[in-house]
Design a protein around this ligand. Structure first.
Ligand code: NAP
Length: 236
């Protein structure tokens, strides 16, 4: 019976979109491994999920640090045996013009958005390949599709994440590992606090989380390669 319950690993599950994805899977009875940097966010998430059908195991760490990623993999194996689905959601958005951007500012976004996807995916994909089964979903952004002013660090890291994950799809498909890229437009999270943008103009985190859940529940004979989600009135 226990073997029928599937396990999803979600990076950046402490806040925003990742947190909502965790709750959607928990409501449906999945095992969830929630990974994020801030421990107190994970404690709160565990508390909120107390009465939900699924089981949660939290791991704190940084997805761009390989020892933390190895620990995430070990904890997942120990608690739930394996990951059926990996969701690369951890990411950071910060705004600065190209001319003002410092090297540290640029590198920090590349680490959080691109390097994290590489490190986490590589470890979990190797295990999926050995089992000839698995699914990887990447939360990218419309900022991997078109440029946004004062978002050079973010756009370049998201374009790079997109390129890497498309290569992953090609290399992993012969091992029955399906890779889906989701490109959300603006969704209301902390990233938008203080922006002055009307909340009603944005999608909700639940719009994105429910879309991810639909992808996971489709027939495993097919792969949804890409989904672009935008507020009806388009980008901001
Ligand atoms: P958020 O509210 O800021 O939450 C991001 C979560 O990721 C936080 O829990 C954060 O933990 C965690 N995180 C960040 N870097 C991490 C790292 N290196 N290792 C582990 N955890 C890390 O962000 P969000 O708006 O939900 O965004 C989630 C994803 O969706 C990102 O990839 C973002 O680029 C993408 N996205 C968002 C939007 C939007 O409008 N919100 C649109 C398109 C795409 P800490 O707070 O502890 O650092």
């Amino acid at each position: 019976m226990g073997n029928l319950v599937k396990t999803v690993v979600i990076t950046g599950a402490g806040k925003g979109i990742g947190r909502e994805i965790a709750l959607v899977f928990l409501r449906s009875g999945w095992n969830v491994v929630a990974f994020s940097r801030t421990e107190s966010d994970l404690v709160e998430l565990t508390e909120e999920s107390r009465h939900l059908k699924g089981s949660i195991h939290t791991v704190s760490g940084d997805a761009s640090v390989s020892t933390d990623v190895s620990n995430l993999f070990a904890e997942t194996s120990k608690h739930f045996g394996k990951a059926d689905v990996l969701i690369n959601n951890a990411g950071v958005f910060k705004s600065a013009s190209f001319l003002d951007m410092t090297e540290d500012f640029f590198t920090a976004q590349w680490k959080a958005n691109t390097l994290s996807t590489f490190l986490v995916s590589k470890l979990f994909a190797k295990d999926m390949v050995s089992r000839n089964s698995g699914q990887i979903i990447n939360i990218i952004s419309v900022a991997a599709k078109r440029p946004f002013i004062s978002s050079g660090g973010y756009c370049s890291s998201k374009f790079a994440q997109d390129g890497l994950t498309k290569v992953m799809r090609e290399e992993l498909k012969t091992h029955n590992v399906r890779v889906t890229n989701i490109y959300p437009g603006a969704a209301f999270t902390n990233s938008w606090l203080g922006s002055g943008v009307d909340k009603k103009r944005l999608m909700t985190v639940s719009d994105v989380a429910e879309t991810v859940f639909k992808v996971v529940n489709l027939d495993d004979i097919l792969v949804i390669e890409e989904i672009v989600l935008r507020p009806v009135e388009g980008d901001l």
